[in-house]
Ligand binder design. Structure first.
Ligand code: ADP
Length: 484
């Protein structure tokens, strides 16, 4: 039975019109908690994407001429629409993605906060008057919107990942064509409704669902699109970077992670366990900043393992819409199979399962929160992103060794560590090759800061004062003949 919600649209948005795919084809969207089809969305491709790019380009001509104050007001109105509708937007998110309602509400709220942040930043897109090396010339720089933006987003934060892209794009004066993940298109299509209710001009946000490779290829190769912003896996990021090379587009890439979480002997163990629970099991472990590897110093190794396993075993697994649920289902069957393969590999190589380790009795794609002791370097999750509720715990003795082990990965997004030793806090922070560092904290994302990875975790930052720069070009102006 189809699910209804005031923000749910079963059509794509192109230039203010909600339409179907030219072929009439659709994709089923299912609720991962029970497998029910909750609706269908158009299976659009190249032609619809091209049309969306054209209307975004037409809208850009007038949108770039709006004042920063006007755009800030639009963002504020969008923020208000979200805040007034947190419950229905969160329900839509949970139904298509599975995360507990409390987390879904958190996601809608933080998305709204990003809009507010960028509403404020819109008015601070300062250029410079540069001291001139010529007596009779003056030189200045100004910030200009880059143009039409292509935004590709994943299923794990189907609403807030777009807030981080749409927010700065609008603030800068850009228009966009968005392509959400096929598993979770409704929270993205809801952005069209949010824009409509907030009086955003038509064509500023366009949203196309359908074939990822076809839509992605058009967005990356079309000359009119000036920037691609992508959040997703590193392999797909590499493909998009290659596709963008042909037209030399600016790109922002928020890619995979392999987050270490280090607990030193001096740490407050209970605080570390609490931080570990949030940094590991939030969204059932399906975030790019979720812990992939726990490194715990010898003296406290057993105590930490036991305490984490106890807490993990107490997590209430269930349908995200039910009261008290702390962990929802994984996104689908394939995700469960990946998690099972990690566990099989680890147990073969001497890993000890302290809790969990198998599918949950609830069936579908529910999985038990899992803790694995005696993790070893040879196990697959040492190098590969888990994206599921497994906490592998490695033992270490020396600070310099654990820094080297933490850095021994192609990724460099988030890392965390717990210590009460101030000198150690600075040494370790400076030694870790990561874009985001949590010291004695397991949840660190907020709109005020630049969120972005180093190494193969990505390019560019979202949020902070840096986030808007990704959507701006700097124009340098040299004014001569002034006779001064
Ligand atoms: P995840 O593992 O989180 O699903 P992906 O990188 O596969 O991460 O997907 C993130 C987004 O990228 C989704 O919107 C997906 O549809 C899209 N995507 C996947 N493959 C391609 C591709 N070849 N071109 C463009 N987009 C793609």
């Amino acid at each position: 039975m189809s699910y209804s919600n005031p923000f749910k649209r079963d059509a794509i948005l192109v230039g203010g019109e909600w339409i179907g795919a030219e072929s009439g084809e659709t994709i089923n969207v299912t609720n991962p908690a029970n497998g029910d089809v909750i609706g269908t969305v158009p299976k659009a491709g190249k032609a619809e994407t091209r049309r969306a790019i054209e209307v975004a380009a037409a809208a850009f001509e007038s949108f770039k001429a709006t004042t920063a104050k006007e755009r800030a007001e639009m963002l504020r109105r969008m923020h208000d629409v979200m805040k007034d509708n947190v419950d229905v937007l969160a329900e839509l998110l949970t139904i298509e993605m599975g995360k507990p309602l409390a987390e879904a509400k958190g996601e809608i709220n933080i998305g709204a906060e990003y809009l507010l942040w960028f509403a404020e930043e819109a008015r601070r897109m300062y250029g410079e008057v540069v001291p001139s090396p010529w007596a009779d010339r003056r030189i200045l720089t100004r910030k200009e919107p880059i143009g039409v933006v292509g935004a590709i987003t994943p299923w794990n934060f189907p609403s807030s990942m777009l807030a981080r892209k749409i927010g700065p794009a609008i603030a800068a004066g850009c228009t966009s064509v968005c392509k959400p993940a096929s598993q979770t298109p409704y929270s993205a299509l809801a952005w069209g409704v949010i824009g409509e209710r907030a009086g955003l001009p038509e064509g500023v946000i366009n949203i196309v669902t359908g074939s990822a490779s076809e839509i992605g290829k058009e967005l990356c190769s079309n000359e009119t699109v000036r920037k691609i912003t992508f959040t997703g896996s590193t392999p797909v990021g590499r493909t998009l970077l290659k596709q963008c090379a042909g037209t030399v587009k600016k790109t922002s890439m928020e890619l995979g992670g392999n987050a270490p979480f280090i607990v030193f002997n001096s740490a407050d163990i209970d605080a570390a366990v609490e931080g570990a629970m949030a940094a590991k099991y939030r969204n059932s472990g399906q975030t790019c900043v979720c812990v992939n590897r726990f490194y715990v110093q010898s003296k406290i190794y057993n105590e930490f393992c036991e305490k984490l396993a106890k807490k993990a075993s107490q997590l209430k697994v269930g349908d995200g819409t039910e009261d008290g649920t702390q962990q929802g289902p994984l996104i689908g069957e394939k995700a469960v199979e990946t998690v099972e393969a990690f566990i099989e590999d680890a147990t073969k190589k001497g890993g000890e399962i302290l809790t969990g380790g198998k599918r949950h009795a609830l069936g579908h794609s529910f999985f038990e929160p899992t803790v694995i002791k005696n993790a070893k370097k040879s196990m697959k999750f040492t190098s590969d992103e888990i994206f599921g509720p497994i906490a592998p715990i490695y033992r270490f003795t020396k600070e310099e060794d654990v820094i080297a082990r933490a850095n021994d990965t192609i990724y460099g997004l988030a890392c965390y560590f717990y210590t009460q030793d101030l000198g150690q806090a600075f040494r370790v922070m400076e030694g870790l090759e990561y874009g985001l560092v949590g010291i004695n904290e397991g949840i660190i994302t907020t709109p005020e800061v630049p969120f972005g990875g180093v190494k193969q975790s990505g390019l560019g930052s979202e949020g902070g004062s840096q986030g808007i720069d990704e959507y701006l070009e700097t124009k340098y102006v040299n004014i001569g003949g002034l006779g001064v």
